[in-house]
Design a protein around this ligand. Sequence first.
Ligand SMILES: Cc1cc2nc3c(=O)[nH]c(=O)nc-3n(C[C@H](O)[C@H](O)[C@H](O)COP(=O)(O)OP(=O)(O)OC[C@H]3O[C@@H](n4cnc5c(N)ncnc54)[C@H](O)[C@@H]3O)c2cc1C
Length: 430
Amino acid sequence: MMKTDLRGEILEPGTEEYAAASGSLFASGSPAFVVRPGSVADVRAAVTFAASWKLKLSVRGGGHAFAGFGTNDGGIVVDLSRLAEVALTDKDRHIVRIGGGATWGQVATALAPHGLAISSGDTRSVGVGGLTLSGGIGWKVRKYGLALDSLVAAEVVTANGEFVRASDEENPELFWALRGGGGNFGVVTAFEFAAHPTTDVFHGRIAFPAAEAGAVLPGWADYMRTAPDELTSIASFANPFAGGAQAPVEVHVAFDGDDAARVARALDPIRRLGTVLDDNVARKAYGDVLVDGLVPPPGFRFVSRGAFVDKESVPDALRVLIELGASGRSPAIAVRSVGGAVSRVPGDATAYAHRQAELMVTTATVNQEQTETWERLGPYVNGAYANFLSSATAEDVTAIYPPETYRRLAAVKRQYDPDNLFAGNHNIQA
Ligand SMILES: Cc1cc2nc3c(=O)[nH]c(=O)nc-3n(C[C@H](O)[C@H](O)[C@H](O)COP(=O)(O)OP(=O)(O)OC[C@H]3O[C@@H](n4cnc5c(N)ncnc54)[C@H](O)[C@@H]3O)c2cc1C
């Protein structure tokens, strides 16, 4: 094989385009080539090239992995950004075909004129690829589940360069693994989702004084347990960039519907949790709820972690978080309610293994470890959410995948990628 066997746009060191494309959002890199395929044939050529030369291979969707997966040193980066077409292929069943390098902003923009949306994340620049393959928790999660719960098929270039389709009918074990197993099994060149009709939604923030965290947060968690599925909510507090221990408790809400009276009824119990300092909940188009991602400045090391809280541990986990928040030594904390539709999918239906959880805790710091936080939370949390991990250690992989899930994923890895070509991820060993 020679370099001329590569196809698509090929960027090499020494050009401005290469300099702009060599890194991903949270990692710099110096790959030998960045390839931007424009077709499945281009992807197959890049995968075959990397396999033949035993080069490191990084597959980049939106390039937003906190663990910096989308680049490497000396290998190949397959940057899928040119495969970003979004097409409504079946108007009756709302089937949408999305290129493997599209972002959720592109999807929201393309689907809005059809009155459709897909349960995804909260940021426009995040890739459909990475978010979906490991979960996808966004503003419609309690109504429609994870992003991967809306996936009906995927088209994949596997490690031996073959092009296969995975769905409940075709290669079902691969389809199971793709829904939670991350980028371990091949390059997804296109995703097919069943989208959902959407109206405008109600979205915004209801803020309470930091001193009321001890009442607001447990009250919020109790309410979300039985709140209507249309309501998805994230409580954030102790944000070091907004006053640390004095930062307000912000209850972010998105109500999936435009009936103002129903929304008011659903939000009333939240508004009565404490002294409302600020309430900017307003009617918006779903696409306007998504925010633009920030580009971190050079030298910025973002440390983040996400883990799950089961019902019986909610009071203790919140108590620890509230104590940490008040101490002034805490990371930024966000607690997401993830029950609803997520928990109604059987545990073994996909490789996402944390459906029983009521809450997901995420913490974030800049250039700073979070050892104390997670040591104290340890007894009350379980698992880990791959998409919010800025690290990719063996312990992380064990936390993401319980033993039975891991065994099943390893069997799929043996079938589709026995030599571990796709290793730039929370890696499953064959
Ligand atoms: C600002 C910001 C906001 C976020 N908000 C949310 C949120 O609301 N909800 C949520 O659940 N997560 C959220 N995340 C986390 C996000 O889901 C992960 O960072 C995810 O990995 C991003 O996917 P990507 O395609 O952009 O990243 P990449 O770095 O390109 O890819 C991540 C992993 O997926 C693999 N991959 C990507 N595309 C493909 C493909 N087509 N085929 C095969 N493998 C592929 C890559 O090889 C890599 O291993 C957010 C992240 C950021 C930075």
